[in-house]
Design a protein around this ligand. Structure first.
Ligand SMILES: [Fe+2]
Length: 361
């Protein structure tokens, strides 16, 4: 069970949060009204998840978080900043800048509160992997040594086909989307200098990026418009659900699929989700799939807009480099634009181009 640390100078709020967390099944809770006492206690025994009041006397939530981060106690700990500010918007950006993953308004909505804390505990369960660091594709990009994680086993091909079909049942787009997007991803990887072996594994793992959507209710997945804050939090949880589904020490394909599921909505400037990772802290596989997925979304017809031409999509992607996308990958994408056009034409029905198949496992 993940432990939860709460700091709020209002004892009534602490009692209410303890009650709500207890009802949601969380019973390992450290709660403090004094942020200085919390600082000492959390340095000695860091909680798995932190819920910090934003406005407190002497030491506010941002200052307390900064001191805990400086001490190394909460480097990978999911944090929610809780605030009763009349102007919640004014504290949102300082909270995110300080490293908070969530902002929760007081008085809390019990259902939303429990959901957000549950999502944070999921992230907390991944903290050991984050502390060790991902093994991104680029670790193996230039060296001659091929990691064992790139040697997919024969069972992987079967698992891949099964999981792709499962994912297809819950995706609003057709199965073509995942196959085409994987081709885009492998092409970008090729122009970024990744080995054929790495491109092949990406071709197999990229279609699993949205598999976490099988854990979402229809009410969220097929909602015609206007997601509420709770719906949005649920939708974003497809990343962590996918990670939990695919995490498997024994299978390189599933390991890469898990990495992609978790990281394909992160953005280069740190404004993505679920972890708010920035720059090269985002696994390379997730950065590539984010770009390929965006290209496919723009160039595919949607109920609310026609499909964009690939050149218009390329201009939008180029203008978003350094914000949404890794600039180095945008260069690789532009270098591979000819191949990407041919892949698109193939999936649109032009049989003159045959996309590559992954090397059989
Ligand atoms: Fe997604």
């Amino acid at each position: 069970m993940i432990s939860i640390g709460i700091v709020d100078d209002n004892p009534t709020v602490l009692v209410q949060m303890r009650l709500l967390l207890g009802r949601a099944g969380f019973d390992d809770i450290q709660a403090f009204t004094d942020p200085r006492q919390a600082l000492v206690a959390f340095r000695a025994k860091p909680p798995g998840v932190l819920l910090l009041d934003y406005l407190m006397p002497e030491l506010d939530g941002v200052q307390l978080l900064g001191l805990l981060q400086q001490s190394g106690a909460v480097l990978h700990t999911p944090v929610a900043m809780v605030s009763g500010c009349a102007d919640l918007e004014s504290m949102r950006m300082p909270a995110y800048r300080a490293g908070a993953h969530e902002v929760i308004a007081k008085p809390v909505n019990p259902q939303e509160f429990a959901l957000k804390v549950r999502n944070l505990t999921r992230l907390a369960a991944m903290a050991p992997a984050l502390a060790q660091g991902f093994q991104p594709l680029d670790v193996h990009c230039t060296g001659g040594t091929r990691s064992a994680r790139w040697d997919a086993g024969p069972q992987d091909a079967v698992l891949q086909r099964l999981l792709e079909k499962v994912a297809g049942f819950r995706d609003e787009r057709t199965g073509k989307h995942t196959t085409r997007m994987a081709q885009y991803a492998a092409t970008i990887a090729h122009h970024h200098g990744l080995s054929l072996n790495q491109q092949d594994l990406l071709l197999g793992a990229a279609p699993l990026h949205d598999i976490g959507k099988i854990g979402l209710p229809d009410s969220v997945l097929v909602k015609p418009s206007g997601l509420t804050e709770i719906d949005r939090a649920r939708m974003e949880s497809h990343t962590t659900i996918g990670y939990e589904l695919l995490r498997d020490e024994a299978s390189p394909l599933l390991q890469l699929g898990a990495e992609i599921a978790l990281s394909h909505h992160e953005r280069w400037d740190g404004t993505g989700y679920p972890l708010g990772l920035a720059g090269q802290n985002i696994p390379l596989s997730g950065r590539i799939v984010a770009l390929a997925d965006f290209l496919d979304a723009l160039t595919t017809v949607r109920p609310f807009r026609p499909a964009w031409l690939i050149d218009k999509a390329a201009a939008a992607i180029e203008s978003d480099q350094g914000r949404r996308f890794d600039p180095a990958l945008v260069r690789a994408f532009l270098a591979g634009l000819g191949s990407l056009r041919r892949i698109k034409r193939h999936f649109d029905g032009d049989e003159s181009f045959v996309p590559r198949a992954a090397t059989p496992f």
